[in-house]
Write a protein that binds this ligand. Structure first.
Ligand SMILES: [Cu+2]
Length: 123
């Protein structure tokens, strides 16, 4: 009598633990969702034919902007407000700057003052 009761309880226990193990699988499958927000924000701006492409780049705070010189002459990325200055970027070379503050950052090329200014809008 008592043995069958114990066995019956054990069966119920196994069934319950079996059920709970399957329910713990579902929260595990939902965890990959919240892991997507931390992402590396990067933006590339090309310097081509004496133009910044795109001329205006809108990026979220924390974005690293990398300028790539696609011309065969050196250019500079020089902030109008003095926030950053790449110095000379040779042909095929790059310059990166991380924007940690919101604002509009206008820049020019000191080698070629006639070049249209570029802009990075950080939000
Ligand atoms: Cu230039």
């Amino acid at each position: 009598m008592k043995k069958t009761l114990i066995i019956g309880l054990l069966v119920v226990f196994v069934l319950i633990s079996g059920c709970t193990s399957t329910t713990t699988v579902t929260p595990a499958s939902t965890t990959p969702g919240p892991t997507t927000p931390p992402q590396t924000t990067e933006q590339q701006v090309n310097i081509k034919d004496f133009n910044f492409v795109p001329a205006t780049a809108e990026v979220p705070i924390g974005t690293t902007v990398t300028w790539v010189n696609d011309d065969n002459v050196p250019h500079t990325i020089t902030s109008v407000s003095g926030t950053f200055d790449s110095g000379s970027i040779g042909p095929g070379k790059t310059y990166s700057f991380k924007f940690d503050q919101a604002g509009t950052f206008e820049y020019s090329c000191t080698n070629h003052p006639s070049m249209p200014h570029g802009k990075v809008i950080v939000r």
